[in-house]
Design a protein around this ligand. Structure first.
Ligand SMILES: Nc1nc2c(c(=O)[nH]1)N[C@H]1C(S)=C(S)[C@@H](COP(=O)(O)OP(=O)(O)OC[C@H]3O[C@@H](n4cnc5c(=O)[nH]c(N)nc54)[C@H](O)[C@@H]3O)O[C@H]1N2
Ligand SMILES: Nc1nc2c(c(=O)[nH]1)N[C@H]1C(S)=C(S)[C@@H](COP(=O)(O)OP(=O)(O)OC[C@H]3O[C@@H](n4cnc5c(=O)[nH]c(N)nc54)[C@H](O)[C@@H]3O)O[C@H]1N2
Ligand code: SF4
Ligand SMILES: [Mo]
Length: 893
């Protein structure tokens, strides 16, 4: 792939080249891929070799590619794209195609308990039930004892039941995952909110998507991307905000690039970096491809300025009729935009010349006119997670949706605001209520109707859900760590999520984990969570366990586990949660068998499809109604998973049999859910049925007022953001970032920069070849392609600093530092050398954080030592893109 990526490939051949390369890889990986191309998928064993094929969703990004697993004697020997799957149509990227490789290295097969924790438990009366290990920070063999699963599980349940009784369930936290199956996530919510009465339930989705979640809810009333991938091919203008789609969501990018190539539509990439995404569009047609190289953090001003030009120069595309009928808040919005957001007024924040903003606004208006004329198409804005990861993330999302509402680019095919999901099932996490203050089926935990309904379905007194809903977890994921550091959170589960994904690993997260009782579910022996785990349970993983995922377009799809876990100790994550749930129910006097009424199968595991049926049943009547799937089962005898396989996924909601048979709803709002007679809302999902506009402001003039206080994070150990939420609100309301570089020092040689100055923007994100930090770095193919931590730097900056391509440097912020190899330009000898950064900004992947070694004594690439814990006060999302940094040369060559 890398030979195609970022190198000189003709415009014409680029898209074809990408596709052909992928097909070639898939064929070379597995001879059966050719078979798959002929649309034959057998799920039964094939021949004497015990070789068979099963269907699966890719375990990595939120595109949600359909794959076919080739399994031989219990081992997954190849992964091939599913040609029948409507998402990827027979294509996949290198990560998905090699997803089997990391299943067979460094696997954890023993249940591990820290020796001192086990010794304490073995004391008469079980000793101190609040004992936390003194050996944390190391995963050396000699600090552990191997314990039978049920003994370790019993100990954990006793300790948690003790904490529940003494401090209340809210003292127990959980950090879950958008990579876990929906069935597992749903059970976590039942376990945390109904059994433990805890609201301290968080997930890595908090670092990823929640600004999109709260932005959608605030404007449209529901956490729902209202469009689907097919709208890409109907759009007249595709815009990406903080989205390096070519690396992060390659199949979606390839679909958009194919569409551009076929129809010559204009595109815009709004990103401070000249990314591979922006470069590739330009290779297709430079005349209608815009790269808006925005000043970091200036997006709200840019969007407002586009609105200003539309209002003043293209008023014909302002959708006044639609606004009057279906939208509130637009008058105030328009008045504020006209008063404060002309291209001239926003020049400093965006870094753009007014003529450039006018050009872009004209493109937006022209596409809107085309869409209006056809009754289909217009503008599709896709935003990445770089966009959500901001202290004013929710306001960024609202501003983007404002522009769609203003111009009526919503509620019809081929137009709309499209939030890409990061992880394969981050939407499942949201759908099943896997976050603080949320319940399953897209409602807040305070929703009394859903509380009563779920209490009945789950066989728990409604008071338990009331209790968890009224318990507080201020600051969400970061807040959970601050509360743990203060001693309010006493225990935390880590399930399929690593703590190194959080900001301030060294100054916040690890100190918090040292103080708490940590229960880890993991697949790798040398995963960073094990360093701080008191107990570690080995899990079976993707390809070995069954269940469903929801991708970015709301498509629920099934993964059929077919591989054999490396050891009988490795249980599905879902099963470990059920076991804990039942044990704790017994200890605190709840009817375990009624709350978790699931039968074990012959092999001792639980059947995820049984949980999926419960989810469909419980969702009836909600915004996320899936009960049509059960009606189809009644009518036809086809099980829910069979339906998902046959249709290659169903887009939620699917409230009736007829709709479920059609594959669910591709689009939402403005009556697009045809045939849903009991639709529980009007044109939008808000109480009044209208979309809500709100002008979000950006004002840098006040930033000096709060920056000194925010600079205390990670430096002053007594400073907690959960006690200073008004600071975050102020920063949010003025669309600030947690810190700003001391730019006046950016063009000076390193030795002339005073020690307390941080002249550069530091931005951290993803690289194409790796998915997060655990699997692709263990996969030989992808590890070889990008083996080392790197940092992109502008050639002029490098010259001033006396740094050469390929040299190692240390990047330092006020809170911590990491090492990386410098990449200069597209011709760098460091792989991959794909994106170009502007002067004054350095960018690195977070994916290689523990690829050198997770052991703190050796680990030098841990980027989240340097990041800032500040988060959006409503969405809870941290600002991984906006730190201020300085650099130091290292002696290594
Ligand atoms: N290869 C690969 N793909 C992945 C993942 C992975 O680990 N590897 N992870 C998945 C997950 S969970 C996620 S969340 C997504 C992430 O996917 P993306 O959001 O596309 O990726 P990022 O690299 O985090 O950030 C996107 C861009 O935001 C830009 N940016 C930074 N600051 C600003 C700003 O102020 N304004 C604007 N407009 N742009 C800015 C950055 O320069 C960067 O190019 O990828 C998913 N897909
Ligand atoms: N600096 C910086 N930090 C970031 C980001 C960024 O852009 N910059 N992005 C953020 C975003 S968008 C996200 S989504 C998060 C993602 O963060 P995470 O999703 O937490 O990252 P992973 O590296 O995938 O960690 C998954 C963990 O689960 C383990 N695991 C793998 N398979 C299984 C399994 O089947 N069962 C169990 N129990 N465990 C398993 C892995 O070994 C690993 O330890 O990171 C966030 N952190
Ligand atoms: S990582 Fe994303 S784009 Fe690549 S194969 Fe998997 S789902 Fe598809
Ligand atoms: Mo993410």
């Amino acid at each position: 792939m890398s030979s195609v990526f970022g190198k000189q490939v003709s415009r014409r051949r680029f898209v074809q080249g990408s596709a052909l390369t992928v097909a070639a890889i898939s064929l070379s990986l597995s001879p059966l891929a050719a078979k798959a191309k002929r649309n034959e998928v057998a799920t039964a064993p094939r021949g004497k070799t015990g070789r068979r094929e099963t269907l699966a969703a890719c375990p990595y990004c939120g595109v949600g590619c359909g794959t076919i697993l080739h399994i031989e004697d219990g081992k997954i020997v190849g992964v091939a794209p599913d040609p029948k799957h409507p998402t990827n149509k027979g294509l996949q990227c290198i990560k998905g195609l090699t997803a089997n490789e990391p299943m067979y290295v460094d696997r954890l097969t023993d249940v591990l308990v820290r020796k001192d924790v086990w010794a304490e438990w073995k004391k008469p009366g079980h000793g101190d039930l609040e004992y936390v290990s003194r050996t944390k920070g190391s995963f050396d063999d000699d600090v552990w004892v191997k314990v039978p699963y049920h003994d370790a599980s019993e100990m954990v349940s006793h300790k948690l039941a003790h904490l529940y009784k003494k401090y209340g369930g809210n003292s127990i936290g959980l950090y879950g995952s958008g990579q876990l199956t929906m069935e597992g996530q749903y059970l976590e919510t039942k376990f945390m909110k109904a059994v433990l009465e805890s609201n301290t339930q968080e997930a890595n989705a908090r670092m990823c998507m929640t600004s999109a979640v709260t932005g959608y809810i605030e404007t449209l009333g529901s956490d729902t991307p209202p469009l689907c991938y097919d709208d890409i091919e109907k759009a007249d203008f595709i815009v990406h905000f903080a989205h390096n789609a070519r690396e992060s969501h390659p199949i979606v990018f390839w679909r958009a690039a194919d569409h551009k190539k076929a129809t010559d539509i204009p595109t815009m990439v709004v990103d401070p970096r000249y990314t591979g995404t922006a470069q590739a569009y330009e290779r297709i047609n430079p005349a209608n491809s815009v790269h808006a190289a925005i000043e970091p953090g200036g997006d709200i001003s840019f969007l407002n300025a586009i609105a200003h030009v539309i209002l003043t120069e293209h008023e014909d595309v302002v959708a006044y009729d639609f606004l009057k009928k279906h939208v509130t808040g637009w008058e105030n919005y328009i008045a504020g935009i006209k008063a404060r957001y002309s291209p001239e007024q926003t020049r400093e924040a965006t870094g753009f010349e007014p003529a450039f903003v006018r050009k872009v606004a004209r493109m937006y208006a022209d596409a809107t006119r085309k869409g209006n004329a056809r009754g289909e198409g217009g503008v599709v804005t896709i935003w990445g997670i770089g966009y959500n990861q901001s202290i004013h993330g929710q306001h960024r999302v609202i501003s983007l949706i404002n522009l769609h509402l203003l111009t009526g680019n919503i509620g019809r095919p081929g137009a709309g605001p499209f939030s890409m999901t990061g992880q394969p099932n981050a939407m499942g996490e949201r759908f099943t209520g896997g976050l603080t203050d949320r319940l399953p089926f897209n409602v807040p935990a305070s929703d009394t109707r859903m509380q009563s309904h779920l209490a009945k379905v789950w066989n728990v007194p409604v008071q338990r859900l009331q209790k968890s809903a009224s318990s507080l977890n201020p600051g969400y994921a970061v807040g959970m760590m601050e509360r743990a550091l203060k001693g309010e959170v006493k225990a935390m589960f880590f399930i399929y999520a690593t703590h190194v994904d959080l900001p301030e690993v060294k100054t916040l997260v690890r100190p918090a984990m040292e103080k708490s009782f940590i229960v880890v579910q993991e697949i790798y022996r040398h995963a960073p969570n094990n360093l701080y785990g008191d107990v570690v349970f080995p899990a079976a993983t993707w390809g070995e366990v069954g269940g469903t995922y929801i991708n970015s377009e709301r498509r629920i799809y099934v993964t059929d586990g077919g591989g054999t876990p490396p050891h009988p100790n490795c249980l599905p994550d879902m099963d470990i949660v059920i076991d804990k749930g039942k044990e704790i129910c017994h200890l605190i006097g709840l009817p375990a068998e009624k709350i978790f009424p699931y039968r074990r199968r012959a092999d001792g595991t639980y059947d995820p499809e049984e949980i999926f049926r419960e989810i469909c049943m419980a969702s009836k009547g909600s915004d996320a109604d899936l009960s049509g799937i059960l009606e189809v089962e009644k009518e036809t005898g086809k099980s829910p998973y069979e339906q998902l396989r046959e249709l290659r996924g169903i887009l939620w909601p699917a409230p009736t049999a007829e709709i479920a048979k059609k594959g669910g709803y591709a689009r939402r709002y403005m009556g697009q859910e045809e045939g849903w007679k009991d639709r529980p809302y009007g044109m939008f999902r808000t109480q009044d049925g209208k979309a809500h506009m709100k002008l979000c402001e950006q004002d840098y003039s006040k930033r000096a007022a709060i920056l000194p206080a925010l600079a205390k994070c990670g430096v002053d150990p007594d400073f907690f953001l959960i006690d200073n939420m008004s600071l975050l609100e102020f920063a949010r309301d003025n669309a600030l970032t947690p810190e700003y570089p001391d730019k006046e020092y950016a063009k000076l040689p390193l030795e002339q920069v005073p020690n307390d100055k941080y002249p550069l923007w530091l931005s951290l994100g993803v690289v194409y070849e790796h998915f997060h930090t655990a699997k692709t770095v263990r996969s030989p193919t992808t590890r070889k392609l990008v083996p080392e931590n790197y940092i992109e730097m502008h050639p002029e900056d490098a010259k001033v600093y006396g740094i050469k391509d390929g040299e190692w440097i240390r990047v330092r912020t006020r809170r911590g530092s990491f090492e990386a190899k410098v990449v200069i330009g597209n011709k760098s000898k460091v792989k991959p050398g794909r994106n170009l950064v502007p002067r004054g900004l350095i960018f690195g992947p977070w994916n290689l954080s523990v690829a050198d070694s997770a052991d703190p004594k050796k680990n030098k690439w841990l980027v989240n030592e340097a990041t800032h814990r500040a988060f959006d006060p409503v969405s809870g999302q941290a600002a991984f893109k906006h730190s201020a940094a300085r650099i130091e040369k290292l002696p290594r060559a």
